[in-house]
Write a protein that binds this ligand. Structure first.
Ligand code: ADP
Length: 479
């Protein structure tokens, strides 16, 4: 076997060993992409201590210093887009083109927060009292535990780590165990950029151990988490009962895409195809419920089924592939279970559906028609290339069905009507609303987050990230 990179934990500027484990690729589970040092609670404790020790100095440095270092991290990521994209494609299974986009986004995010530091910080208010100056300043939160999922192994750590560091916090990152190499490369880049020891720490290990240590430690001031809604509830409980830590949760979605009779068919099909199936449906913003008005329903289903069946599922490194593998055997089994559930509930497969063992992780995108919104198929997040069509009569019903979900991350509508679009923007209960665009495209300088079971706490990304990573301090000065 040719040697593969071995990724270690980073604690207080030192590379720390753990239990040596193989990290297998998504496309071929027998391919070892790298190895990693799996850590336990003790390493997590040491990382928290290192982050605590480093935080006051880091926060007191002039803004120009932090700005320069974050900008350097961003540039180093952008210098290595191609190499890191190949790693992402091999490790997580996303298409090389998507992986390039993700790595670029990660680099740009570090640069964005470097420059955000030059934005106005705090506010001055008039005081109701004579000779009193009233202002609101911002103080860093302190030590941040960052717990990330596997679906965006570079972009999600970047959009949490960059603002955390920018606003004067120090960090312990715990990535998902399926993607240690992406996090390991990020740690190498951050170290090479010259951040002081302890400012950024990486601990790779199990959620219930390393993650739980972050949640329960008195040395951690805040937790930023992205993952499933079930785990998010545990994160919330642990944070509340262990020092009332501040926490921010980004969780699941069951995002609706409404298609009205006046929609341009080609636009509707493009939005659904991208939103439902690209990235193998492994996006919390994926549109898994297609809510379609009766007049366009049959044409839409026929055209989307044809386009879905025509998608080329293949090796993520092959430029002709349009869909890669699903991330793991466990995820594949879950997706196929939901296909069985959908059939048992009475929905009809109109594209994909079947899976042969020799297809391995390469699941064909599956479209159901004839679904109802009370089916499990339409209520539970699947996180795979599976979507269902629900027929409705009019906009009122479409909005009712769109909002009839515990989640509320992203919602979309395809329509030629300005007033329908405005109505939808007003009435859709979601943190992100798209008109004539897929539900799954976001930009780094705009807030990202949802409502209901999709989110808890302040928004991520853009200038809004500051609300989580800093604490307002109200200051009165008499003179
Ligand atoms: P996914 O299905 O995306 O893996 P999870 O919510 O299970 O979603 O995992 C998201 C992240 O949360 C991962 O880094 C995982 O290791 C971590 N995690 C899982 N369980 C816990 C837990 N009990 N406490 C803290 N972190 C956890």
């Amino acid at each position: 076997m040719t040697a593969v990179p071995y990724h270690l934990n980073l604690v207080g500027g030192e590379w720390v060993d753990g239990e040596r484990r193989p990290n297998t690729g998504a496309a071929r589970p027998d391919e070892v992409v790298s190895e990693y040092a799996r850590a336990g609670r003790e390493t997590a404790r040491a990382a928290i201590e290192a982050a605590r020790g480093a935080q006051p100095d880091w926060a007191r440095q002039p803004v120009g210093y932090r700005m320069e270092l974050l900008d350097r991290v961003g540039s180093a990521i952008l210098d290595r887009v191609e190499e890191l994209a190949v790693l992402l494609a091999r490790e997580e299974g996303k298409l090389l083109g998507e992986a390039r986009g993700e790595v670029t986004r990660a680099g740009q995010t570090f640069q964005y927060y470097a420059h955000q530091l030059l934005q106005p910080s705090g506010e001055v208010y008039p005081s109701t009292r004579d000779r009193v100056h009233a202002e609101v300043r911002r103080r860093p939160l302190g030590v941040i535990g960052i717990i990330t999922p596997w679906n965006y192994p570079m972009a999600i750590p970047a959009w949490k780590v960059a603002p955390a560091l920018a606003y004067g916090n120090t960090v312990v990152l715990k990535p998902a165990e399926l993607v240690p190499a992406s996090a390991g490369e990020l740690a190498r880049i951050i170290t090479a950029a010259g951040l002081p020891p302890g400012v950024f720490n990486l601990v790779m290990g199990a959620g219930g151990e390393v993650g739980d240590e972050l949640l329960t430690s008195t040395g951690v001031d805040g937790i930023s988490f992205t993952g499933s809604t079930g785990t998010g509830a545990q994160v919330a409980h642990q944070c509340l009962t262990h020092g009332n830590k501040r926490f921010q949760l980004e969780m699941g979605g069951k995002n609706p895409l409404v298609v009205l009779d006046d929609a341009e068919l080609a636009v509707a099909v493009r939005c659904a195809l991208d939103g439902s199936f690209f990235s193998s449906g492994q996006r919390c913003t994926a549109s898994s419920r297609l809510i379609v008005q009766a007049g366009i329903h049959d044409r839409f289903v026929a055209a989307l089924a044809e386009a879905t069946d025509a998608l080329r599922v293949g090796d993520p490194l092959d430029p002709t592939s349009q869909l890669g593998p699903v991330v793991s055997p466990g995820q594949l089994a879950q997706n196929l279970d939901y296909v069985r559930v959908g059939l048992a509930e009475g929905a009809r497969v109109v594209a994909g559906g079947a899976h042969r063992p020799d297809e391995g992780q390469f699941m064909r995108p599956t479209l159901f028609a004839g679904a109802r919104n009370d089916m499990r198929l339409a209520r539970e997040e699947i996180f795979g290339p599976v979507a269902c069509v629900i027929r409705v009569d009019d906009l009122d019903e479409a909005i009712d069905v769109a909002n009839d979900t515990p989640y509320g991350l992203s919602a979309g509508i395809v329509t030629g009507s300005l007033s329908a679009a405005e109505r939808f923007k007003r009435d859709a209960r979601a943190g992100i609303v798209s008109v004539n665009l897929p539900t799954a495209g976001t930009e780094l300088h705009l807030p990202f987050g949802g409502t209901g079971a999709s989110n808890h706490g302040p928004r991520e990304q853009g200038g809004y990230a500051r609300d989580f990573y800093s604490v307002p301090v109200t200051c009165y000065t008499g003179w």
